[in-house]
Design a protein around this ligand. Structure first.
Ligand code: NAP
Length: 254
């Protein structure tokens, strides 16, 4: 399948987990990709895997902190210049921090908002002119099952994911007439850097998390399960999908 042949794609969080799996999926389907991440080592791993797959000729990497306005401005401009345009933006970069809400400092709260919510806004704002220039641009944002279903100890994180959903609906309406589609994926129970250690408080009541186990499969799924859905949504197979979100959690939240 070559759904991304001739398409230019910028993916944040491309050094790990779902972002990295999406980089490899889009490359495998013929796209040209810039993978951005704050973690340079992770990006090196993404490049090594692309080299092993023989797709590294269409991959560029960029170390980028999505919460840094100046860095995002320069990083998106550089990506658009090196790709020669932009068709798809995938905002996968994110952090999960857990805590009792009554012990959550303002600094903690602001850090989670800065990366997840403000980072998604900054990347999208800077990419929009190039996405609109192509006439059929797509933004894929990352919500989470925590946006609509209660995930204790993750109030800051969940709030950012709800905010990302609302933000995505707004831009989907605002730019629809210019051919832009904006969608969210809402993953849950995916094996990634973030879920290896969710950092729950030592005295967390784990029975409150008992519902968080997938109904199908043998437990957490690999990040490629989400990458395949992103490839569908970002390709012309998703041409009539915008302003909505798709839950990918093995039925955890049915
Ligand atoms: P992951 O393996 O931790 O990948 C996230 C990547 O984003 C990491 O490489 C991380 O680097 C990077 N990142 C963190 N802060 C950044 C910043 N300021 N600028 C640029 N990159 C930054 O976790 P993942 O599960 O694949 O996460 C991808 C997305 O899926 C996130 O938005 C997450 O909220 C969402 N999600 C995941 C699940 C799940 O079950 N895994 C469920 C719902 C939603 P560091 O490792 O250095 O922090």
């Amino acid at each position: 399948m070559e759904r991304f042949s001739g398409r230019n794609v910028l993916i944040t969080g491309g050094g790990s987990g779902i972002g990295r799996a999406t980089v490899h999926r889009i490359l495998a389907e013929g796209g040209r990709v810039v993978a951005a991440d704050v973690d340079g080592n992770g990006l090196r791993g993404t490049l090594e895997r692309a080299a092993a797959d023989g797709t590294d000729g269409r991959l560029t990497t960029a170390v980028l902190d999505v919460s840094d306005e100046a860095a995002v401005r320069a990083g998106v401009a550089g990506a658009v210049a090196s790709l020669g345009g932009l068709d798809v933006l995938v905002n996968a970069a994110g952090i999960l921090r857990s805590a009792h809400t009554h012990e959550t400092s303002l600094e903690f709260w602001n850090t989670v908002l800065a990366v997840n919510l403000t980072g998604t806004f900054l990347m999208t704002r800077e990419a929009l002119p190039a996405l609109l220039a192509g006439g059929r641009g797509v933004v894929v944002n990352f919500s989470s099952t925590s946006a609509a279903f209660a995930h204790p100890y993750m109030a800051a994180y969940a709030a950012t994911k709800g905010g990302i959903q609302s933000f995505t609906h707004a831009i989907a309406a605002e730019y629809a007439r210019q051919g832009l589609r904006a969608v969210c994926v809402a993953p849950g129970s995916i094996d990634s850097g973030m879920t290896h250690d969710p950092g729950l408080p030592a005295d967390a009541d784990l029975s409150l998390l008992a519902k968080l186990s997938p109904a199908i499969g043998q437990g957490f799924a690999g990040p490629e399960t989400v990458a395949g859905v992103i490839a569908m949504l970002a390709s012309d197979d998703g041409a009539f999908v915008t302003g909505t979100e798709l839950r990918i959690d093995g039925g955890t939240h049915m």
